[in-house]
Design a protein around this ligand. Sequence first.
Ligand SMILES: [Zn+2]
Length: 364
Amino acid sequence: MRKAWQGVVLAVVLGGSASGPVQAASVPYGMDDFARVPKFDAHVHANVDDPAFLEQARQDGFELMSINVDYPDFPSIADQHAAATALAKADPARLHWAATFSMDGFGQPGWADRVNAGLAQAKSEGARAVKIWKNVGMIEKDADGRLIMLDHPGLSPVAEQVRALDLVLIGHQGEPHNCWLPLEQMTTDNDREYFRNHPQYHMYLHPDQPSYDDQIATRDRFVAAHPGLRFVGAHMGSLEYDVDRLGAFLDRFPDASVDLAARMSQVQYQSLRDRGKVRAFFIRYQDRLLYGTDLTVNPDSDPAEFRRSAHDVWTADWRYLATGESQRVDTLDADVPGLALPREVIDKVYYRNAVRVFGTAARD
Ligand SMILES: [Zn+2]
């Protein structure tokens, strides 16, 4: 299959000059196009006011959506907010940001009003989106000791405020499907490593907690309950393991999109087994997918090392999505052929969808 397909592309390349612009446009991008094509990484964490991330983004042709998140391994929400606003001030056309909020005090009088005032303030400071993290559904408990799930009525006023402010809600709920499997059955080494190091989030070890399908069904109930809310499911909406299931989610919720952050190896796992199916998924849902990585720079990161790793991740993903070249993917211990998506699909997934969803083209 792969050989036959490469032959087709070769024929198109060879015939390009003779057969005019229609066929030329069907030639996928190459690695030479990487730096010059406008791109948008819709899921990063620039957690420190240091120019390294912006410098690499400038060099590689990226705009960034830096997402604040209530994550105990990150600096405080206030410090993330300060970093985001400082970086956005330094390069407002390139650095966009998403605010977040703390669940502290949830269920007590005044919590939603306080959070909503904070979101209005963030909007006035330039925020484009709000992040709600997996602590909702996996960590935070109410006064009775029950997990606070995303469809808890107490979260509704906040979701309505996000919609009223015309912000995007970026929701990371649940975990990759692998999280509910024993380590040896996980499909990718990166998940194996993460859950080995974070047993508190490895749900296979916590069978008393909500199941994978509970998490997904709760998220779907929440999205259904807030029509008109622009929702971005972080990490492929935690449906990364099955493009059919993700397609069904996107069909059901026309106001939803998903980012690809930190889940490329799960896509590659599927395309190794059925490249045509995964390629067809990207083409069919070309308006609903946002390229993203989860690249993170923290106060203790080495700026030069971070720049190298950002460039490596960005070029590896470009090689996979935009070109037909094969590359070694260590987390799968396999050579993975690229998808060579059509240029117009790459332009949307890599840039135009993010600009549309986050409204970053027209800055006030
Ligand atoms: Zn993230």
